[in-house]
Design a protein around this ligand. Structure first.
Ligand code: ZN
Ligand code: MN
Length: 130
């Protein structure tokens, strides 16, 4: 484990992680809060944010910063591409293999050492096209 900090096991955090892994909606913290507030008395949006940032630090979830005002969270941390609908803000996982040769091209062109890259496609999703 690269993360040295030990956190007390938290049932709330475990539920947040399970919820994120069970959906492909790439939800906001607000959506997560709405799903779980009935389950945990005294749950607050800031508790959700705190738990999300712990999960981020542990590398168990990813944060997506594009498309809209709010950060979106992804329970799938394996490399994959996204499509973002500019009309409804849907974030869709793309069923395409990740092109690892792009890393090598960047490394060859720059002398840098790529660890990973992200690729997003923007447009109108099939739902919004009617
Ligand atoms: Zn859409
Ligand atoms: Mn995703």
């Amino acid at each position: 484990m690269k993360n040295e900090v030990k956190y007390k096991r938290s049932r709330q955090r475990e539920r947040i992680l399970a919820l994120l892994r069970s959906t492909d909606l790439h939800p906001t913290a607000g959506w997560i809060y709405d799903q779980l507030k009935g389950e945990f008395k005294g749950l607050s949006l800031s508790t959700v944010y705190r738990n999300l940032s712990i999960l981020l630090g542990q590398g168990l979830i990813a944060r997506l910063e594009y498309g809209g005002t709010f950060g979106r969270f992804d329970g799938n941390v394996s490399p994959h591409y996204h499509f973002i609908c500019e009309q409804c803000d849907a974030v869709l996982d793309l069923p395409l293999p990740v092109d690892l040769s792009l890393n090598k091209k960047v490394d060859a062109a720059t002398g840098c050492q790529t660890k990973f890259y992200r690729l997003e496609f923007y447009g109108i999703c099939d739902q919004c096209q009617g």
